[in-house]
Design a protein around this ligand. Structure first.
Ligand SMILES: [Zn+2]
Length: 534
């Protein structure tokens, strides 16, 4: 189980990181049960107890609530730094669970798939299959512990906040007791792009539309057909929402609305495509229903007069081919499928069919606004991620993100209005988490940018930006703000590719031979030095 820890420097980070990969610590197991970080929590405490001067401020071994499962460490300043306010180092102890491949201990190897791009490490589990590595955020935990134990930094006053459940609901960051941290500057070590400093991120919430549908017996001479859209690219609703990818639910609704004779009287394209007396039986997402993933597959069961079946299938494929052509090369995997089927359900009546198809067309999806002063960064977006028909009820879900609260409110209002027109009940603000408002005047950002943009460090590769995904900094700074405390935060980290997937890989050496984790470690040390000598 002990691997030779020679993957990267500094050894203090490498040894601890490898130790973390040997211990089970998923955010949630395959049954969705959270609170599985104990082996890593115990490891962190055993490390803390070996470092001179460190006090364990919060550690409750048997705690079950996420807010009580965080670990907080403290080491006061000494020498010339005695009495100075500490800086907080923060990372999350949980990693994304991968139910297919997860088995511990993991074996860390150099990534054979990234040869020629410097050196990278990844993980395989005991059967040799690829596994998530957990550098997100085990590398952050290892870095914080190594900094705390570094004899060269032993006089710096530091606090460490190690959270749990970041990857599921940010339960640790949402609930820990604020009174235990005395620092007012926080370095989050969970970013994934080495020369980038993050100083703001989006917040979000879910909107749910719910309405009643009426069902009727299948009309005489009708047949039922199953339609599937699959092979779309999908992707992360924060990171990939501006890449022009199709939403499978939207594609299916758009095709059906165009083929529905009662709706298509409104069609303005003049395409030579037929229209039919359609009834919908069912329409649903066909890949895993996750609010933070763009739907890549969807399925519908519809009914139509038997005599139209052949022409309908031809027209469905023609419509889909046109959509696929419009979206090349991004969606070259787009695969439509139509096949006769049988169902025991009753059909939605004409009004319910048309209402549902028109509403799905109107529900917004994709980028709503870009940030004017930050080119290329999405400000507000929404991901239509669910449609479920259950008996006489239909539920539609959209996951919204925004770095601007007013803009999110405007989106919520638009969604409420659209639902109301179709006589659907709309609930907004479900499972909301706060945005992390960028503060371009942040003193911490100024210091970090100074260190990062030094020609010896990252030079003009350094960039400070805001991102369109959630980070714990947002939750933590918002909670302190509520009690009138200004917590200055930035997020930094080494380069990680494909986090949350079995391809997750950590860069340890750049193509030019630079030791990248060492460089990151040096950068954090220098930032701390500049803060304490300022
Ligand atoms: Zn993370």
């Amino acid at each position: 189980m002990n691997q030779s820890n020679t993957f990267f420097e500094p050894a203090g980070v490498c040894d601890r990181f490898i130790s973390i990969t040997q211990r089970l610590h998923p955010s949630a197991n395959q049954d969705g049960v959270t609170g599985n970080e104990d082996p890593v929590r115990e490891y962190v405490i055993s490390q803390a107890q070996e470092i001179p001067g460190v006090t364990v401020v919060v550690y409750d071994q048997g705690a079950t609530q996420p807010g009580d499962r965080v670990i907080i460490l403290s080491r006061p300043g000494s020498g010339v730094y005695a009495g100075k306010t500490p800086v907080i180092l923060q990372a999350h102890m949980d990693m994304v669970y991968n139910p297919v491949d997860m088995a511990f201990p993991l074996t860390v190897i150099f990534d054979p798939n990234r040869q020629g791009q410097g050196k990278w490490i990844k993980a395989v589990e005991n059967k040799g299959r690829p596994s998530t590595l957990g550098a997100d955020d085990g590398l952050g935990v290892a870095t914080a512990l190594a900094l705390l134990a570094d004899p060269n930094l032993k006089d710096y006053p530091l606090e460490c906040l190690f959270t749990v459940q970041e990857e599921t609901d940010m339960g640790g960051a949402q609930n820990f007791d604020l009174k235990y941290l005395t620092g007012r500057q926080l370095l989050n070590l969970d970013a994934e792009d080495l020369p980038i400093i993050i100083y703001g991120s989006a917040g979000g919430s879910t909107t749910q539309y719910q309405g009643n549908i009426s069902r009727i017996a299948t009309p005489k001479d009708y047949m039922t057909m199953q339609l599937t859209i699959s092979g779309l690219r999908g992707g992360h609703s924060g990171v990939d929402i501006n890449k022009g990818r199709l939403n499978a639910i939207k594609v299916l609704a758009q095709a059906l609305a165009r083929l529905d004779k009662r709706i298509t009287a409104l069609d303005v394209s003049g395409q030579s495509i037929g229209s039919y007396d359609l009834l919908v039986y069912d329409i649903k997402r066909y890949d895993v229903k996750k609010s933070n993933a763009i739907p890549a597959a969807a399925e519908a069961v519809i009914g139509l007069p038997m005599k139209n079946a052949k022409q309908f299938i031809a027209d469905f494929y023609t419509l889909c081919a046109a959509l696929r052509n419009q979206n090349q090369p991004e969606e070259n995997g787009f695969l439509p499928w139509a096949t006769p089927t049988s169902t025991t359900e009753q059909a939605l009546d004409e009004k319910s069919t048309d209402t549902l198809l028109c509403l799905l067309q109107q529900v917004p999806h994709g980028v709503i606004a870009m940030i004017p002063e930050v080119p290329g960064v999405v400000e507000t977006s929404t991901n239509l991620y669910d449609v479920t028909l259950d008996g006489n009820t239909v539920t539609i879900g959209s996951s919204n993100r925004s770095s601007c609260d007013d803009s999110l409110t405007a989106l919520n209002n638009a969604q409420a209005n659209i639902g109301a027109i179709f006589q659907f009940d709309v609930k907004t603000g479900i499972d909301s988490y706060p945005s992390w408002q960028p503060n371009p005047k942040s003193p911490l950002l100024k210091i970090a940018t100074g260190v990062y943009s030094d020609p010896q460090m990252y030079g003009d590769q350094c960039d400070a930006t805001v991102i369109h995904a959630g980070l714990e900094c947002g939750t933590i700074s918002a909670r302190y703000e509520e009690v009138g405390i200004d917590m200055d935060c930035i997020s930094i980290g080494p380069t990680i590719k494909d986090p949350h997937s079995p391809s997750e890989s950590l860069q340890v050496e750049a193509a030019d031979g630079t030791q990248t984790v060492q460089k990151f470690y040096n950068a954090v040390s220098q930032i701390l030095g500049k803060i304490f000598t300022a």
